[in-house]
Design a binder for this molecule. Structure first.
Ligand code: ADP
Ligand code: MG
Length: 729
């Protein structure tokens, strides 16, 4: 009988022989990052070179001031863009957009157009640049688009630079676009993101007037730290669960996991480092300002983080980062896993989403200043965020609710599913003091309240960082740490921008009221900030977010606690929420509820795939392995008997193995039964069926399978083990 494990051993042997020669070579001179940065993007420098001055100025007005694109200049831009792209090897162009699946979509069209003489010319018109019509009927619309009007259209987003995606045979000019229905409703992640940026822009500009700051634009800024796993590609191809569902559905915990904590910030193996270097070069060319790379906590886990950018561009660049991480991996025989929890019992992956607000003049509104005036302004915006987060805990919670993130949040290694804010010691004390009104004399020594000269400098990057908080102030920005590693950052950012816009407006209203009543700005702020501190202090928490005490305490404080995505989806039905998004013109009611439908649908499909994959692997790989083991035990016992001998040990092993096998088969039958059940007619009932029936049935099958993995001989085990996947590289 052929040993099923042969493939596994072959992979291990191949990994040992892998060299990075031919990929990168330490002595070879790599292009320096500033030489290649942005070389594959149609960025402002290129536009300045390639476009007539008035056309260039027109585009800049669109990019910087949000003026509509003048259709007259579109043709000129299109020709310049095409010529530039063709010089760089492009043969096709595509409108690149972000449907609500959370990934990106593209449909390529060639530049080639036949001419009357039987030949062909390359052309690309302004019309093709500005608007496209993908055959979009298969993208989710959450009911917005009836099938009879299945077409949607894409529209050029001038504010995010076009770029070239290379492949071994050529290249494609990618034009970032928004994707809408013919009725003008958003079918993508970009449109609401742009609208939410406009909302927060308006509110912040208005508030800045109170502080006499003259800025023409405020935009939210984002830097998202991407965590990911790398394993040898050949292991992945022997794990149908990883290929189909993005995570392992089976796998016994290896004798060694991350206990030694020696991986974090450890030295990076050559093969991985070559890969990272290549990823960075690709991203530099695409104008993505990646900055840091390091090992993460779990074996085989890594992180890449960029320098922050304006939210819209950062969100596009984040999608590109995920894409490049995946594609470059293949060159190194690696498989990049972006799932939130690919391996049970090992840390999962997140995407810390750092967020702040900045003026066009470069002033960070969440940066504490060193004059009393700056401090007031900082505290005002900081208070607005506190208010927003407390008032809309449910929205932040739902923005990170996915089947995959359910495995991670609250799993003693990732932020809890309860939203709270970590402010850091000093800022927490300042808010406590604001709550009481005037500072006590004894406290003013190191803690200076409003009206006193300066705030103490707040520490940036200190040990004071609380890694257990889902939403932490980190010196000059907030870090939303509960965001999942595979999700698009756009929805969380839409929520953040919009709730911030509302809170800024509400606080500005209050300040204005006090000013009208002839209070000084200082006195007005004192009052308003005191109000925020009193009303919203429950959301501030500096302790251990992983602890059980916190769960109890959060309950006592009346915080919003929803442990699973399905519960979190309730947020769609809170009256305040649809109203908020309508008021700020970010999502109308139909668009808002469409998002719920899509999230429910994705939840249902994700678990449905996992359930089917679990059953198939259990039946076709694990059951045969276990029965081979049982047979070999039975045959050995038989052989012993035939020579008049016996073994109590073998008899015990056989008993143990058959008992597990029976339990496993029972569990499998139950899973097959719940898989066969549709779970009702509505999306809601289907999703509930997944949560209450399929997930527990899968867990039972896995429990037996992982026990079997521990007793079945290694050479009979069909699936690459955790040990192999995580440690062989
Ligand atoms: P870590 O959280 O791992 O300590 P850093 O503090 O260096 O990492 O930065 C994390 C991320 O925060 C980076 O992507 C960085 O660009 C981003 N960041 C820094 N300042 C801002 C800001 N004002 N707005 C948004 N993101 C920012
Ligand atoms: Mg971080």
């Amino acid at each position: 009988m052929a040993h099923t494990a042969t493939r596994r051993y072959d992979v291990v042997a191949a990994v040992r022989k892998f060299t990075t020669n031919g990929h990168t070579n330490g002595s070879e001179k790599r292009p320096s990052s500033d030489e290649i940065f942005g070389e594959d993007t149609f960025n402002i420098d290129i536009m300045r070179q390639k476009l007539p001055k008035d056309v260039f100025n027109g585009l800049i007005a669109t990019i910087e001031l949000g003026k509509p694109v003048d259709p007259k200049i579109a043709d000129i831009v299109a020709v310049a863009m095409k010529d530039w792209a063709m010089e760089r090897g492009a043969t096709h162009f595509t409108h690149w957009f972000q449907p609500l699946t959370g990934s990106t979509a593209e449909k390529h069209d060639s530049f080639i157009t036949p001419n009357s003489g039987g030949g062909a010319i390359a052309r690309f018109s302004g019309k093709e640049l500005i608007q496209g019509e993908p055959d979009a009927s298969s993208f989710p619309s959450g009911g917005i688009r009836a099938t009879f009007e299945a077409r949607g259209y894409t529209a050029w987003d001038v504010t995010s630079p076009a770029f070239i995606m290379k492949n071994p045979k050529g290249a494609t000019l990618c034009i970032p676009t928004a994707f809408a229905s013919w009725t003008g409703e958003a079918l993508d992640h970009k449109i609401p993101l742009l609208r939410s940026m406009e909302a927060v822009n308006k509110s912040a500009i208005r508030a800045l007037k109170l502080f006499d700051v003259k800025a023409t634009k405020v935009y939210s800024t984002v830097g998202a730290e991407q965590e990911y796993f790398l394993i040898d590609e050949d292991f992945a191809y022997n794990r149908p669960d990883l290929l189909l569902s993005g995570r392992t559905l089976f796998g016994a915990k290896p004798p060694r996991g991350q206990e030694l904590e020696d991986h974090y910030f450890g030295s990076i193996p050559d093969r991985i480092l070559s890969y990272m270097t290549d990823v960075e070069e690709e991203l530099y060319k695409l104008g993505v300002p990646v900055k840091t790379r390091h090992n993460e906590v779990a074996p085989g886990q890594f992180e890449i983080a960029p320098i922050f950018e304006n939210t819209n561009v950062a969100a596009d660049h984040q999608q590109l980062t995920m894409q490049v991480l995946r594609t470059v991996a293949r060159k190194y025989g690696l498989f990049c896993i972006l799932h939130e929890k690919p391996f049970a019992g090992v840390n999962g992956s997140g995407k810390h989403t750092n967020w702040s607000l900045s003026t066009d003049t470069g002033m960070n509104l969440l940066e504490p200043g060193d004059t009393p005036h700056d401090n007031m302004q900082f505290l005002f915006f900081c208070a607005a965020v506190i208010k927003a987060v407390d008032k809309h805990q449910d929205l932040l919670r739902v923005s990170i609710a996915t089947a995959a993130n359910d495995h991670r949040l609250g799993a003693n290694e990732a932020p809890p599913a309860i939203v709270s804010i970590f402010l850091g010691d000093q800022l927490e004390k300042i808010f406590a003091q604001l709550e009481k009104g005037k500072a006590k004399k004894s406290e003013t020594k190191d803690l200076l309240g409003l009206g006193t000269p300066v705030l103490p400098p707040l520490p940036l990057h200190t040990g004071d960082r609380n890694r257990t908080s889902p939403f932490a102030f980190t010196g000059n920005k907030f870090e939303f740490r509960a965001v999942g590693s595979s999700q698009s950052i756009s929805f969380p950012l839409v929520i953040l921008n919009t709730i911030a816009a509302e809170a800024i407006d509400e606080l500005a209203d209050e300040v204005e009221k006090h000013l009208k009543a002839k209070k000084t700005l200082e006195a007005a702020l004192q009052e308003v900030l005191q109000g925020v501190a009193k009303a919203h202090k429950r959301i501030i928490f500096g302790g251990d977010g992983y602890s059980d005490e916190w769960k109890a305490e959060a309950k006592k404080r009346g915080l919003y606690i929803k442990n699973t995505s399905l519960e979190a989806f309730e947020a769609f039905h809170a009256k305040k929420n649809a109203a908020l998004f309508s008021k700020y013109a970010v999502l109308n009611e139909r668009e808002w509820f469409a998002r719920e439908e899509i999230l429910l649908d994705q939840y249902f499909k994700t678990i449905n795939i996992e359930g089917e994959t679990t059953a198939s692997l259990a039946q076709r790989s694990i059951l045969p392995a276990a029965s081979r083991y049982v047979r070999s035990l039975a045959e050995t016992l038989q052989a012993l008997k035939s020579v008049g001998s016996s073994s109590k040990g073998l008899e015990k092993s056989l008993k143990e193995a058959t008992a597990l096998l029976d339990g496993f088969k029972d569990a499998l039958e139950k899973l097959v039964a719940v898989n066969a059940d549709e779970g009702g007619e509505t999306l809601n009932s289907k999703a509930k069926h997944m949560q209450s029936k399929v997930i527990p049935a899968m867990a039972k099958v896995r429990e037996y399978a992982d026990k079997l993995e521990k007793i079945v001989p290694d050479d009979l085990w069909p699936l690459p083990t955790y040990q192999e996947m995580l440690f062989v590289k």
